[in-house]
Design a binder for this molecule. Structure first.
Ligand code: NDP
Length: 275
């Protein structure tokens, strides 16, 4: 498939998820978030990834409303935080996130982390929120194969998405294959390793061979593995750089060199073994 910035990958609920989203984790609320979202929409992004935890839902919503881009063209994700698990609390959290965003509906509402004991009830609340039109699609984040197996065994509704950390340095092939076999789309968070591995020599040599930056190669690698990628930047020039991914392609030999960088390198929390 020929991809473009706003191409939507099919989800198992019949809706589509744009292949590149701006992540807004750690962008301060207020002007910085509004300016980053505006820069992304100007550059052609049609997908913004926020969360209750990030504290900037209001500004994401305000920037989308002010942009003039039609609401239905933009795909906005937010997430239920750990403190809001349980059926009633998650219902309230979803409604409150939507109020803060002020955008009519949430495109994708995710369980941020598989909180033990409560996540099943929280999932039931997300199903209800979708029925009520608070959100259009529902999914999970930081779910490992055992967490997904538990969910699929206890609910008729499969998650549309599993958002997990994913990069060549953390090539989660088994999880990706499991999700694919169950029709669950994988979104890659921290696809740039928070900037920590951009100096890797193998990555650098692939980037030079294609006249690209290391960041662009990491994102293109994710796209060619069928992922939705969620790079974060607060700087307009990098926001544009991270979207210039559709006029080059990594040949199989380069993909293989990048795949081989995998070393279970994580930049944040690790759900492996979480009960
Ligand atoms: P990323 O891997 O996207 O890296 C972001 C860092 O890289 C920032 O320091 C940024 O700096 C820098 N950067 C961005 N573009 C470039 C570039 N072209 N060249 C050099 N440096 C660059 O990290 P995140 O952890 O923020 O992940 C992305 C998104 O994924 C988050 O914003 C969030 O939406 C989501 N996420 C979800 C999690 C979950 O648990 N569900 C956990 C973590 C992230 P600067 O801003 O100064 O440009």
């Amino acid at each position: 498939m020929d991809l473009a910035l706003a191409t939507r990958l099919a989800m198992n609920d019949g809706r589509g998820d744009p292949v590149v989203g701006l992540g807004v984790y750690a962008i301060p609320p207020g002007r910085p978030t509004r300016e980053a979202v505006q820069a992304a929409l100007d550059a052609g992004y049609r997908h913004i990834d926020t969360a209750r935890l990030y504290g900037n839902e209001e500004d994401v919503g305000a920037a989308v409303r002010a942009s003039g881009v039609p609401r239905e063209e933009v795909f906005i994700t937010t997430k239920v935080w750990n403190a809001d698990h349980g059926y009633e609390a998650a219902l309230r959290a979803g409604e409150a996130s939507l109020r803060r965003l002020g955008i009519g509906y949430i495109d994708l509402y995710l369980i941020h982390w598989p909180v033990p004991k409560l996540r099943g009830e929280t999932w039931r609340a997300l199903v209800r929120l979708r029925e009520d039109g608070v959100c259009r699609s529902i999914g999970v984040s930081n779910y490992t194969i055992p967490h997904l197996e538990e969910l699929l065994a206890t609910s008729d509704v499969a998650p549309a998405v599993n958002q997990v950390e994913f990069s060549p340095f953390l090539y989660q092939q088994g999880l990706l294959e499991f999700c694919r076999s169950r029709g669950i789309l994988v979104e890659a968070y921290s696809p740039l390793t928070k900037g920590q591995r951009l100096g890797d020599p193998v990555l650098g040599s692939v980037a030079r061979a294609h006249g690209r930056t290391p960041a662009q190669v990491l994102l293109r690698w994710g796209l060619q593995h069928g992922l939705v990628v969620l790079p974060k930047s607060a700087r307009p020039a990098r926001i544009r750089e991270n979207a210039a991914l559709f006029d080059f392609e990594l040949p199989p030999a380069d993909l293989a060199r990048l795949d081989a960088l995998s070393e279970a390198y994580r930049t944040s929390w690790n759900p492996d073994g979480a009960p």
